[in-house]
Design a protein. Sequence first.
Length: 358
Amino acid sequence: MRAHNFGAGPCTLPLQVLEEAQAEFTDFAGSGMSLVELSHRSAEYDAVHRRALELTRSVSRAPEDFAILFVQGGATLQFAMAPMNLLGPDERAGYVVSGSWGQAALADGAVVADAYPAWDGATDSYRRMPGAGEVTVQPGTRFLHVTSNETIGGIRMTALPDVDVPLVADMSSDYLSRPIDWDRYDLVYGGVQKNLGPAGMAVVFVRRSALDRVAPRLPKYLDYRWHAESDSLGNTPPMFPIYLMAKVLAGMEAMGGIEAVERAAEDKAALLYAAIDGSDGFYANPVDPEARSLMNVVFTLPNADLEKEFLAGAAQRHMIGLKGHRSVGGCRASLYAALPRASVEALCDYLAEFRRGH
């Protein structure tokens, strides 16, 4: 039987996508070869690549003013690539530090550029996002970096900071689960392994006018212009993740696009939060209700022994990945796009059953 995969990443993938890939694996498009054996210059793979670019733009609704890049290395590489490409010699970048990934983005950004925290949620234990007027942008700031959803802390940004500089966003863990206000951004990026496909790459949207500002001397793989000019085919791209992502995006488009994905996310999260909130404190979510993530639902039990027992029982019921991140403990259920509603229902039933028994 299929496990109920609540892991924080890699994500669960649609069963239909996996079965299609299985059927095509040894003989892709009549080539007599697997896609993973084909040349990235072949006609068969080129059709896959072009379709992936087309679907990425269609589902995301990114304007033509944005180039779409498929870059190996996941979101972590983008922590450095974004400031390397977007900052001029006398410019700096502000960062909203909303949790572990905001911290990581600032730390790497500071290695290659003048980067500073424009807001830090440490005093509130990273349980909320900044409120109106709390983000302070310093003179000379080229962009403000935000993390739209903190996977570890289970919080999401529901209102963008009101600042007069463009935004750069790491959207890894809620990528394409809700519409994007493209007018506010010069750069959007995220690893695909949360909502869109297997690990191995990031999808980067960069405003074409911002490419005119790129530093003249960057190693080519670190230069967004090189990826844009080659349609991400300057070297061998991560072919298998691109192929599977295209299938996932096709499914999203068929179900009604990004609004339908958002409605499904809201529905699944509402089920689980209702089960937590209705437990009379047996389960608790520590996050400010206004900032609760729809993708990563964190919760605690009354003590560590009960938590251990709960997780053991979950594993017996084929519920995988519910242990919270080692840095914060507790439990976490990740409700990514391909996770069936039935899995969330099963978890809610188990929450009620475990509570009754204790």
